[in-house]
Ligand binder design. Structure first.
Ligand SMILES: CC(C)(COP(=O)(O)OP(=O)(O)OC[C@H]1O[C@@H](n2cnc3c(N)ncnc32)[C@H](O)[C@@H]1OP(=O)(O)O)[C@@H](O)C(=O)NCCC(=O)NCCS
Length: 152
């Protein structure tokens, strides 16, 4: 990964930066309020990547051991293809596993080849297709799973 990137658990004052990334990366962006609630949530985990004091990526999810659902993985476009998402996801998994060994689940749009390739590289297996799951645009969802002990 690029030098100078710091990975850490998000704090409440990261919510505006996470909301900015969310708005850049997703057509169905969550509000800053709901992202702030996730950052504070007991069953939630949000990890951020920081470069020169700027939050440039994040991973969020819900942890209900022995399962963890990854909601979002996002890197600002100017910082992509530098290994940041891969590093954040690994950090997220290792932090979640501080609580218990978990099985991780992710769902992703079928046409999102960048994310599908990231998840495959990180050891996720595509286990199911949910037909027409997403709206705007309508698209299938691919469900991915990473079993406990596969954590790198
Ligand atoms: C998907 C996304 C998170 C990847 O972030 P990133 O920081 O650029 O990813 P990394 O640099 O860590 O890439 C790790 C691996 O993922 C794969 N990958 C990442 N971007 C890719 C792309 N555009 N095309 C093909 N493979 C890609 C590659 O295997 C890559 O390894 P490599 O560089 O050694 O080939 C980023 O493109 C993004 O934020 N997209 C918009 C949000 C989104 O769709 N999130 C996923 C659904 S929640």
């Amino acid at each position: 990964m690029q030098n100078g990137i710091i990975l850490r658990i998000a704090q409440q004052n990261d919510a505006p930066s996470v909301a900015k990334i969310e708005a850049e990366c997703f057509s169905d962006a969550w509000s800053e309020k709901s992202l702030a609630e996730q950052i504070d949530g007991k069953m939630h985990l949000t990890v951020v990547a920081e470069c020169d004091g700027e939050v440039v990526g994040y991973v969020s999810g819900q942890l209900i051991p022995p399962e963890c659902e990854v909601f979002r993985v996002a890197t600002l476009s100017a910082f992509r293809r530098k290994g940041i998402a891969e590093a954040m996801l690994t950090y997220f998994e290792n932090t979640a596993d501080g609580v218990a060994k978990n099985t991780f689940f992710i769902e992703v749009r079928e046409a999102n080849t960048a994310a599908r390739s990231l998840y495959r590289k990180c050891g996720y297996e595509e286990i199911a297709v949910r037909k027409n799951y997403y709206k705007n645009p309508c698209e299938n969802a691919i469900i991915l799973k990473k079993a406990p002990r596969d954590i790198c």
